[in-house]
Ligand binder design. Sequence first.
Ligand SMILES: [Ca+2]
Ligand SMILES: [Ca+2]
Ligand SMILES: [Ca+2]
Length: 621
Amino acid sequence: MVRLVSADAVSADAAFLIIMQKRVPQVVISILFIGLLLVPLALRKFGDGAKDKTAAIGARESISRHGFQLKEVARESGVEFVHQAPRLDPKLDPIMPQVASMGAGVAICDFDRDGWQDFYVTNSGEKSRNKLYRNTRNGKFEDVALKLGVADLNASDGVSMGAIWGDCDNDGWEDLFVYKWGRPRLLRNNAGKSFTDITQQANLPSWINANSAVWFDFDRDSKLDLFIGGYYAPDVDLWHLKTTRIMPDSLEYAKNGSRKYLLRNKGGGRFEDVTAQMGMDTKHWALAAVAADLRGTGYPDLFVANDYGVAELFANQNGRGFKEIGKQSGVGVAPKSGMNASVGDVLNQGKFAIYATNISEEGVLLQGNNLWMPSGGEGNDVRYQNMARGMGVELGGWSFGAQFGDLNNDGQLDLYLTNGYISADKAKNYWYDYSKVSGGNSSIIGDASNWPAMNGRSLSGYQPKRVWMSDGAGRFSDVAQAVGVEDRHDGRAVAMADFWNRGVLDVVVANQRGPLLLYKNTVAPANKWIEFELQGSKCNGGAIGAQVRLFWKSAQGTPSQQVQEVSGGSGFCAQNGRRLHFGLGKSQVDKAVVRWPSGATQTIIAPKAETIHRLKEPSAT
Ligand SMILES: [Ca+2]
Ligand SMILES: [Ca+2]
Ligand SMILES: [Ca+2]
């Protein structure tokens, strides 16, 4: 999950300035430029922790200073979930904590369509149970997984790694796909009252060691298709190893990862494997993926973050196949430990940036996270520049899941990141042994028996999380401690939704071998908001792939816009709520333009703020 190098070669601050010059006044550029000059200084001074700026303050002060406050309320909300890791083949015992280091996932969905967001959480211990937390509207959640038939997915044929919701049969009810190290499972939602396992008839692959999956309708035939990214090769049974040569054969250009799976929905609950035919037959250690219309073609593209290799960008060729443009677009140049894929219209340009996370450990390794900002070009010639350093979201420790969302409703997307790999003995560190092995040749690295026993040592454990607040002018600052995010668990999945229908984004975090955390958000009431819940009639029920483009004027009259897209999975082993949330600050909304996956658009002039707008796709389009 790591390569030992000094620093990321990509530096794009100059290009960033060129972009910024087109859209912000001179004074902002000056401030920004001074800010950029100060960045290296700040990095040296604060290193990876940057705790000085983020000291804990009271809730009232946090709301007045930053516009919001997060309070962890899992237990008082009835959510008591602790993730269990799998116990794999005993031959891996000496390094089990690092092999069995994933599986804590969370996917949000209003599965019973009562207007309140629910969530599904994966567990990974053999015979452990997954949970489906139904929102009981009174501030609490109740686990209905066992009752509805989606709890016992770890009893045989592998264990869960994550899940995504998508209405694959277009009956209006979102179905559940659970990906595993093992046999993937598809569960049909019976009107929110029960689930039926339809894996067999769906014709899914029999075994994938998967850590990422995304629902998206790549060919826009209205039927949701499924992308699954594999990690270990599919012929590896982690409980019954034929060989200990299962580790990556390189930490930079590993060739022994898994194939991918692009499964086209044929209707009637059946899927067909079109991976090679559509140009996705590459082999990597995929850890995260996100689909979105990145190039304005109307078709969803797919970004894949790979561990031990370069990222891939699959440009959708009008539904007829994909062209991998990672290298030419800039996102697939430096090999890293890609562990997250999420998108957001970071500077309100009407275009998506992509955030991929990696690993940084002070004094040992600085890979740096990537914030890929669109920097020009069209079609297959689209270009991205990594602005993570200049914008202040580069160093996040051993980073895993991250999501964009406007946490303080000021009209600018913020970024929540969780991290931490293995928190064991605080006084003992595995980094030295880790470095020794990872510096070896492929036959050394690739064999688990060559890896020194961990013996209870930590590896990038107990890390402070990041809540990066955007200033709207291209800089993020970490306010995690100040706004109440003080946990140090081994974070994996992050997902956001307005759980209590209050017009704010709450955050749920799944931790490896740790408790599920539910951060309830309180936002300064002066900041307004608007939300859109889209229901497909011709497209898939959850309207995955639909976009809302919101146009507004600031209190000073400056026009702005922000685009958001309904997602079938993003981050790391996560899926945000389907409802789109926009913070408005004190701005006036001019209009909202909805683009349904069919391509039909619908314009709503001056939609009311402080309102959840529930829109159904016009059936006549
Ligand atoms: Ca619900
Ligand atoms: Ca359905
Ligand atoms: Ca389709």
